[in-house]
Design a binder for this molecule. Structure first.
Ligand SMILES: Nc1ncnc2c1ncn2[C@@H]1O[C@H](COP(=O)(O)OP(=O)(O)OP(=O)(O)O)[C@@H](O)[C@H]1O
Ligand SMILES: [Mg+2]
Length: 370
């Protein structure tokens, strides 16, 4: 199923689920319809799960990104690998405490570490050797970014895997990420290991680099974009205790009119006031006319006339302080990086459920109070 269809499907599910929730609240728990409404809700949850599975199957290279601690993945892989490796190979780990979390597909990262480890073991050969895994935070500045293909300026978690095996000459170094490039004897290697690692890192919004000295050592560096918490600033929460939901004036934008309608009713019931648009250009015009009359902007990500990112940028150019939330059915790893760079406060994944709204808006309430 193409991403576009999944996107539409998620919107429809959100409308079905949201309306069922509203109807359940209207009729109350004792009404005979409550049971049917609960069944609708359950079916929506399963349908949403199904879409995620179909999309994962159709696009195996698209990472199923979740917020992860890389050291946990590394530790798990090494625990599994250790017993299968030659006794002469020592594994060393060194994880810097301040390493940021990242959005990553655990399965793909697992596979990448296994590939790098197998290569290192092969390079070490029959004599004793060592493989070192180091995890650390790095900041790539504009100048460094120019020198590393596929990297942009920003914060990263970097995993380096260093072995003291045979190393590589310049000719090999130049080709190792090519598919089917191998120096192993016929029938022993596919030459796909590193091209897979490369593909994985690019689909995670990062990259992989290599350094090597022939006869001495090789180091592979995996760069994962840091997932700064795309959420309400912790300071806002700590300084101002949340007493109760404070009414907020919400500018709500989604190209799917049914969702604007739903959000309007849902948020109004929570005590907020909503101005909704299904055309982001109209929303932006309304915002520019009265920028002070909104406390929060909620925008969909993919819209035909103007993306949620473009809208968020334009809004924040007028009012840097305004919380902007983004809703989306499908967020790629690089989208999280973009959202963070723009200054979007939180990303709410569709299908949206009432609980999530309540939570996000409770977090924002102090902004108005203060
Ligand atoms: N740690 C390393 N030390 C020295 N050479 C390496 C190292 N890692 C990779 N190489 C070189 O890069 C080549 C390509 O690696 P890649 O993992 O893509 O394929 P492969 O290991 O040859 O095959 P397969 O992964 O299918 O077993 C290797 O054949 C080897 O020459
Ligand atoms: Mg390999």
């Amino acid at each position: 199923m193409a991403g576009g269809i999944a996107h539409d499907f998620n919107n429809l599910l959100t409308a079905i689920r949201g309306n069922a929730d509203l109807a359940a609240a209207d009729v109350g728990p004792d009404h005979p319809a409550t049971e049917s409404l609960e069944e609708i809700r359950k079916a929506c949850v399963r349908a949403g799960e199904l879409i995620r599975r179909i999309m994962a199957f159709g696009r195996p290279r698209e990472p199923q990104q979740e917020l992860v601690e890389l050291h946990e993945i590394i530790e798990e892989v090494l625990k599994l690998l250790r017993s299968t490796l030659p006794a002469g190979v020592a594994l060393k780990t060194d994880f810097a405490a301040a390493t940021p979390q990242v959005y990553a597909d655990t399965g793909q990262i697992h596979e990448a570490i296994v590939n790098l480890t197998n290569n290192a073991v092969y390079a070490i050969g029959p004599r004793p050797g060592q493989i070192a895994y180091r995890l650390e935070p790095v900041h790539v500045d504009a100048r460094q970014a120019q020198g590393i293909a596929g990297l942009r300026q920003g914060h990263y978690a970097r995993l380096t895997v260093t072995d003291d095996g045979c190393g590589m000459d310049a000719a090999t170094l130049e080709r190792i990420f090519d598919a089917f490039y191998t120096t192993k004897p016929m029938g022993e290697g596919t030459g796909l290991g590193l091209s897979m690692v490369h593909g994985t890192m690019r689909s995670h919004g990062g990259t992989v680099t290599v350094e090597s000295t022939l006869g001495q050592a090789s180091t592979f560096s995996l760069y994962f974009p840091a997932a700064e918490i795309v959420d309400v600033q912790p300071a806002d929460r700590a300084v101002l205790p949340i007493a109760q939901a404070v009414p907020l004036r919400v500018l709500y934008v989604d190209d799917e009119a049914a969702l604007v309608f739903l959000a309007n009713r849902l948020l109004t019931r929570l005590g907020h006031s909503v101005v909704g648009f299904s055309d982001p250009r109209e929303a932006l015009a309304a915002f520019r006319a009265h920028p002070e009359s909104f406390d929060v902007v909620v925008t969909d990500l993919s819209m035909p006339e103007m993306s949620g990112f473009q809208l968020a940028r334009a809004v924040l150019a007028v009012r840097r302080d305004l919380p902007v939330l983004m809703t989306t059915g499908h967020m790629r790893a690089e989208d999280h990086v973009t959202a963070q760079a723009i200054g979007i406060r939180a990303v709410i994944t569709k299908p949206l459920v009432a609980d999530e709204w309540v939570r996000q808006f409770e977090l924002l309430s102090p902004l108005r109070a203060g």
